[in-house]
Structure formats: structure tokens, C-alpha cells
Write a protein that binds this ligand. Structure first.
Ligand SMILES: [Zn+2]
Length: 79
């Protein structure tokens, strides 16, 4: 009369597997909550790199000198 032990063991193993899979799905779902934009804005190397911006359009930012795509003015070094 040991067959019921195997049934319980298999049931517990299946339950454990379901819990592990559910936990994995939950963790991956929590990490993918739109952190792409904030991660790109907070680049650690940006503190030492030069930033060029347009005097007329502060929203135009570049990491190298060039011209503003909106008005064509030369980008100036931002401090
Ligand atoms: Zn501009």
C-alpha cells in the first residue's frame, strides 16, 4: 500500500512546478513596466560627456556638435 505515496509526491512536484513557473512569469512582468525611457535619460556616462543644445530649442540635445534640425543654428556646448 505505497502507491498513494507516489501519487502525493507527483502531485506535490507538479504543484511546485506550477508555483515556480508562476513566480517566473510574475517577475518578468514586473521588470518590463516601461523603464526604457528613464534608463536612456539617466546614462551614467552623460555626466562627463559634452552635451550640445540649440539656443533657440533647448529640447534639441546632441552629444556632438552639429546643427539644429528645427532652425539650422549651430549647437552650443551646454554646461
Ligand atoms: Zn533650433
Amino acid at each position: 500500500m505505497k502507491r498513494w505515496l507516489w501519487v502525493v509526491a507527483v502531485a506535490l512536484a507538479a504543484l511546485l512546478l506550477i508555483v515556480v513557473v508562476a513566480a517566473g512569469c510574475k517577475s518578468t512582468g514586473a521588470t518590463s513596466t516601461g523603464q526604457g525611457q528613464t534608463g536612456a535619460a539617466a546614462t551614467p556616462a552623460a555626466s562627463t560627456a559634452a552635451v550640445y543644445t540649440c539656443p533657440m530649442h533647448p529640447d534639441v540635445v546632441s552629444d556632438k556638435p552639429g546643427r539644429c534640425p528645427k532652425c539650422g543654428m549651430d549647437l552650443v556646448l551646454k554646461k
